[in-house]
Design a protein around this ligand. Structure first.
Ligand SMILES: C[S@@+](CC[C@H](N)C(=O)[O-])C[C@H]1O[C@@H](n2cnc3c(N)ncnc32)[C@H](O)[C@@H]1O
Length: 276
């Protein structure tokens, strides 16, 4: 069977849409990847060519109904429980201790701003719950957002393949995950006590300003800036800082930094920053 190909012109049109709408760089080197991912949408929308798909996507109806699915397949959602564990150690050893001393009964409000399917947010919650063993003097909430509606749905459900938690110590698994029954033996679900601390919403980091319920004590924005160029990174971090309390902490991903960009942050350690 002949493989359906995208013309250079179609690729250009799509890459401009993806960059301008979502900040995601789409250089020519990614053409094969984009073709591969969008073929799934061609099948679902019953389009026989990329020309037909582009015509549909750029139509009024496509912009209203298909754009959201297109970005779902284009975005890279790789994540893990306890990914980059140094950040969670920092929370336990410094951030939570400091907050406990100064909170005076106020809750700790955290934003996981590119949350993917929720593993990062649930890891934050587990870290806080484990810290409570020492002394529970404050409450917390985790506000989770992502551009992809599919991963948001997964985060709300909090259901994962058991293999996803294979590296988590047994005592943590037992406390925070319920094993699936009948036909769902290979699945686990995060316990309701943690799920009720989460709010999941769709939010585009490219929006002019962020519609969030309050200013946060801590923001995680990990492993998404790598998809943006420097200008977009600067705009996004400044908008995040507008929603971060003075003295609040921003975590970036392991290969991301604020080097060479103008933002109101001081470096605490590589990838961990405090708002000045
Ligand atoms: C590689 S995942 C990182 C997930 C998690 N933060 C971690 O470090 O494990 C990147 C996430 O960023 C999301 N994303 C990409 N562009 C975005 C945008 N413009 N606004 C919001 N989220 C975006 C993707 O959908 C994806 O779920």
């Amino acid at each position: 069977m002949e493989v359906i190909r995208m013309t250079d012109q179609e690729f250009k049109k799509l890459s401009i849409l993806i960059y301008e709408g979502y900040g995601i760089k789409m250089p020519v080197a990614k053409k094969v990847m984009l073709e591969g991912r969008l073929r799934k949408r061609l099948i679902i929308t019953k389009m026989s060519s990329f020309t037909a798909y582009c015509n549909f996507l750029f139509s009024k109806e496509g912009m209203k109904n298909e754009l959201i699915h297109m970005i779902d397949v284009v975005s890279t959602n790789k994540t893990d429980f306890f990914r980059e564990p140094g950040h969670f150690n920092y929370m336990t050893d410094f951030l939570l201790l400091e907050f406990q001393k100064e909170s005076r009964g106020k809750p700790l409000n955290i934003w996981s701003s590119a949350s993917s399917s929720g593993e990062e947010a649930y890891t934050i919650a587990i870290t806080i719950e484990e810290f409570y063993k020492q002394n529970k003097t404050f409450d917390y909430s985790v506000f989770c957002t992502d551009i992809s509606s599919e991963v948001i749905k997964k985060g709300v459900q909090g259901i994962y393949d058991e293999s996803r938690i294979s590296n988590i110590p047994l005592n943590i698994k037992k406390k925070y995950f319920l094993k699936g029954k009948e036909g769902n033996n290979n699945k686990v679900r995060v316990v309701p006590e943690l799920r009720k601390k989460m709010t999941f919403n769709r939010l585009n980091l490219m929006d002019d300003s962020y519609s969030v319920p309050y200013d946060f004590d801590v923001i995680f924005c990990r492993n998404v800036l790598i998809y943006f160029d420097k200008q977009v990174q600067e705009r996004v971090i400044n908008k995040l800082c507008n929603k971060l309390k003075k003295g609040g902490i921003l975590f970036l991903g392991h290969s991301e930094s604020i080097a060479g960009i103008n933002v109101p942050l001081e470096t605490i350690s590589p990838t961990i920053y405090r708002k000045v």
